[in-house]
Ligand binder design. Sequence first.
Ligand SMILES: C[S@@+](CC[C@H](N)C(=O)[O-])C[C@H]1O[C@@H](n2cnc3c(N)ncnc32)[C@H](O)[C@@H]1O
Length: 473
Amino acid sequence: MGGLLHECHQLRPFAKYVGVERDQETLLQAKFAAPKGTKLVLADYLLSESGQFDGIIANPPYVKAQRLAYHADTWRSFEERFGTTLDRLTNLYALFLLKIWQDLALHGRAAVIIPAEFLNANFGEEIKERLLKQMRPPGIIVFSPSLNLFKESLTTSTIIFLEKGRSKSAPCKLAKADSLAEAEVFLQTLINEDASALSTDYRDLDALKSGDKWLNSLLNGTSQAKAHQMPKVIGDYFDCRRGIATGANDFFCLSKSGLDQAGLELSHVDACIAKATDADGLVFTPEKLSALASADRRCYLLNPRHNGTALASYLQIGERSGIPQRHLPSHRPVWYLPENRAVADIWVAVFSRENIKFILNTSGAKNLTCFHGLYAKADNKNLAPLITLYLNSSWGHEAFAQVNRFYGDGLNKLEPKDVEALPCPEMPRQSIDLANNLHANLLMIEKLPANARQGEIDRFASKFLNLQVLEVL
Ligand SMILES: C[S@@+](CC[C@H](N)C(=O)[O-])C[C@H]1O[C@@H](n2cnc3c(N)ncnc32)[C@H](O)[C@@H]1O
């Protein structure tokens, strides 16, 4: 709405200003707030030839590539203009960053606030390569994920500071800021070119590679170089798949009393876990499942193996509420039959805050989308307790920190392919007896007081996986 231009004008009243905006309404609004004499351009900035600037300040739009309407030819022309290949999943804000770099005059400076997601995402690799090799930004601030700068959107923000024409050997620093005040201190250090402070307090961009997950490295304090080198990944032993999506949990997922009320039987349902808060600890046992049922939690997934009047009446209730027309049910061969997923060996919580849940599943329950499921690849079935032990160990936490995704507000997320990419040690072969024994130990550890549990998990992991005690990173 012209706010940024207004603020710039407060700092530099005699500069000439240009604002570029694609939306007519917004441009009209900006006419009131922007400083007098500002040239306001109604255009797609990426396609505009707006000139070369001594300063650029931008809060670019965040639009996923799938929603961008650029033609294949236009993508190719971006590649030519920006001098880099571009993943077709590149978000609009990253394209803005490249164009802003191009529009900077020699010695010009830019400050661009964008989501930090590209520092981890696959599509960001080319952009990071560009940052390392060509743009060489004097500074990048990543705000703590718990700091939500934009009230209406859940995102971790970063500000990229650019300057055209710096020497290739000039320092490029990466800083984490827990507050705006911390960000200001970093910026002040950059402006003063206080090399002594810069060399100690902040990360060197040159220590990172474009293929690294920069956010994990910065926010979790683990860089690929510092973390324990693990020769394998979880995906070598297990497949990870997201849980069952019903499209209407209220209808498809029933409690014991819900079953009784509808006259349905156990042969109409599968046991399931519908909420991450319903499962805790290291092992989800048949006893825990029974406790959920007794507490009348929704832990029965409709999956009828025979017909009958009770089922027919229940399905009619669904039909009357329009469930078959909903997106997911309408795309299934039979609207009320869930996707065919086996019971997973291990559950991995999709969202987490402090500690992520990795739970050995011995209950026979299926998991809905609150958990991803790990499924043993051929011959690895007996590894499930050992992998659970590892994932819950300090080494597992460190590995998780290398792959997790940061949502705003301190929330972490894992996609199935992130779980498969989790580094892990070479897993020794396990006999059924060894696996049973470890399973019993996991149950024992789970009963320990909270403050003793981690130490015991690490002791077992170190013993069975021959891992060295972690040095403080
Ligand atoms: C995140 S908002 C920021 C608005 C403003 N800069 C601010 O800080 O309040 C992004 C703005 O970019 C505009 N926009 C979206 N796509 C654009 C494009 N291709 N070229 C120019 N402006 C665009 C949107 O209409 C929106 O006003």
